[in-house]
Design a protein around this ligand. Structure first.
Ligand code: AMP
Length: 123
């Protein structure tokens, strides 16, 4: 797959506000936060989209969620709650083709995400 900006962050070729790292995953604050807290958890292994996840990646995907939950606890919002979401391809809103878990917290999240658009489109 083509190298993305996230590979450059993993390789420290461009800066990022890194908040967690181990052998398998990296977490850093989103450059354009959509909530009071908004960070991304990425695997160090480049996987373009959810569709490209292989059975042998199952443990790695679990580690992404474990990192998200650990950080949520450390930052004090595990009980108040948060949104952990992965976008896939254009209709999912994906812009960087290296899978990443968005973790958003600090305010109540709206649901469903397409509600406003649906209201406009419905007769
Ligand atoms: P998505 O649209 O789901 O692919 O999400 C990509 C996310 O990456 C967006 O929320 C961007 O704000 C974020 N992003 C892009 N470049 C950077 C960067 N250099 N550092 C931190 N976050 C970034």
């Amino acid at each position: 797959m083509a190298e993305t900006i996230f590979t450059k962050i993993i390789n420290r070729e461009i800066p990022a506000d890194i908040i967690f790292e181990d052998d398998d995953v990296l977490a850093f604050n989103d450059i354009s936060p959509q909530a009071p807290t908004h960070f991304l958890v990425i695997p160090k292994k480049p996987i373009a989209t959810i569709n490209d996840i292989q059975p042998q990646d199952a443990e790695l995907i679990g580690k992404m969620y474990l990192a998200a939950a650990t950080l949520a606890k450390q930052k004090g919002f595990s009980e108040s709650g948060y949104r952990a979401v992965m976008n896939c391809n254009p209709d999912g809103g994906q812009t960087v083709y290296h899978i990443h878990l968005h973790v958003l917290a600090g305010k109540p999240m709206g649901w469903p995400p397409y509600q406003d658009r649906m209201k406009q489109e419905l007769p």
